[in-house]
Design a protein around this ligand. Structure first.
Ligand code: GLC
Length: 457
């Protein structure tokens, strides 16, 4: 890999502001966290393919608070492992896609080893004893791409890409019943930015704390259950109890579709001409073309319906009436990751918002909510997360987007400050953007993404 060659690595280190010794320490510490959080064994969950129980080998986000397999966390772990232990990076994603269902669905959390006591700590809705009924942002295409780039192993691609393609197809079919190309989420945790203030009004919180949010999610689940909606996404969306066309989710969806197109063509090149998606056999080229077209359609829809020309920001659309949620959170910046976003739109977002000291350009950027928002809270009081703290996975997306679009200095600054966060406070779940203090879980898996940020995509 070119970034690992000594001259490339030295340049990367200089950009990130760390010397050889600090880099070696950081790399070793990241590996320790990922190894320390490893969960491995044979599940009691038996499937047709694995009648003796499904084998699993993955990294959980944090041993104490998050001991199960979370969808987007695993994708981030695989990306870091692609540098540190490529075979384990493959295992991480192989394990994840073993939970893929015949209809294409891949769950948000998989409980390879059920632990009812610890499962109770999470607001979950099960579709099956071993997995939830919800999803998370589809970072899977980016993760497969990075792992394949590291290993070049066609068997890995043959194993993981068909379920990924089926999942992307499922997202469009199950979650876009109005056909506007934007997929909907049906519960706040599905976006990965669970307690973001952008959902407060829709969740009808009676107090601004995590307890109120959990109660509200449970009320939502009770209604899904009582009204017999579980398992039927179109009816769930029609019921309109929580329907959000979320900008962050759709930006990751569009980015994923574009990567899928490239990967599907690669799959054809390594000898697999067709695959099963949505119960039908399609050629790789045809599915690649569909993904490519859909990626652009999602981008166009974000621009046409979520972009607000007055503020230069993107807003989620809430309820089936698609009411914009006008609050300035990190989601509003996520379209920066889209390759075909018009330059003028991207430049304005960077200049007026991301680099604005009243909003996102805080001592340790990028906060999850703009400082100018009345609900900005730099701390994470009792798990009421994503309301201000800085998260390394968001920085990973944004730094790469800035670098790709030529904003090299801001990209380097985000990388340097992310490195400063983990060196100062350890691999924590999130950080105070004003002081750099670590918050929530310790030895948190995806904060090791700094390793990938240093090396650059
Ligand atoms: C929190 C985060 C979510 C993450 C999960 C496991 O719920 O909000 O994005 O996937 O923890 O780390």
């Amino acid at each position: 890999m070119s970034t690992e060659s000594p001259p490339g690595l030295e340049r990367a280190r200089q950009r990130a502001g760390i010397d050889a010794e600090a880099w070696a320490e950081l790399r070793a510490a990241a590996l320790r966290v990922l190894e320390g959080n490893r969960q491995q064994g044979i599940s009691e969950w038996k499937t047709e393919r694995y009648p003796e129980g499904v084998p699993y080998n993955f990294v959980c986000p944090a041993n104490l608070s998050y001991p199960f397999q979370w969808f987007w966390d695993s994708c981030f772990h695989a990306i870091v492992l692609s540098h540190l232990a490529p075979t384990l990076a493959e295992e991480e994603l192989r394990t994840l896609v073993r939970a893929a269902q015949p209809d294409g669905f891949i769950p948000h959390i998989v409980f390879w080893r059920r632990d009812p006591e610890r499962m109770r700590h999470h607001t979950i809705h099960l579709r099956h004893p071993y997995f939830t009924s919800t999803i998370q942002p589809p970072v899977l295409a980016a993760a497969i791409e990075r792992v394949y780039r590291a290993t070049g192993n066609p068997d890995f691609l043959r194993e993981t890409l068909p379920p990924a393609a089926a999942f992307f197809r499922w997202l469009g079919q199950a979650r876009d019943p109005d056909g506007d190309h934007l997929i909907a989420i049906i519960q706040p945790d599905e976006s990965g930015v669970d307690a973001s203030p952008k959902y407060d009004a829709l969740m009808q919180l009676d107090a601004l704390n995590n307890r109120a949010l959990v109660a509200s999610i449970n009320r939502l689940y009770d209604r899904y259950e009582r009204e017999g909606l579980r398992g039927d996404d179109h009816r769930l969306i029609a019921a309109d109890l929580f329907v959000v066309e979320d900008v962050l989710v759709n930006a990751i969806y569009a980015d994923g579709l574009e990567r899928m197109a490239t990967l599907l063509r690669e799959l054809e090149r390594v000898g697999m001409a067709a695959l099963m998606v949505g119960g039908q056999e399609v050629s790789c080229e045809r599915e690649a073309h569909r993904c490519e077209t859909e990626a652009q359609a999602v981008t166009d829809a974000l621009l046409a319906t979520c972009y607000d020309a007055d503020t230069g920001l993107f807003y989620d659309l809430q309820t089936r009436d698609e009411r914009p949620a006008r609050i300035n959170t990190i989601s509003s910046l996520f379209p920066l990751i889209l390759r075909t976003l018009p330059h003028a739109v991207a430049d304005r977002m960077v200049r007026e918002h991301l680099l604005n000291r009243e909003e996102y350009w805080l001592p340790y950027p990028v906060p999850s909510v703009a400082r100018s928002e009345p609900k900005f809270d730099p701390d994470d009081p009792h798990g009421f997360i994503w309301r201000g703290p800085t998260w390394i996975n968001a920085n990973w997306f944004l730094a790469a987007a800035l670098r790709r679009t030529g904003w090299t200095e801001p990209a380097d600054h985000i990388v340097r400050q992310s490195v400063a966060l983990v060196r100062g406070a350890g691999f924590r779940e999130c950080y105070n953007p004003l002081t750099g203090a670590g918050q929530q879980a310790r030895d948190f898996g995806w904060s090791t993404l700094v390793v990938d940020m240093i090396l650059g995509e």
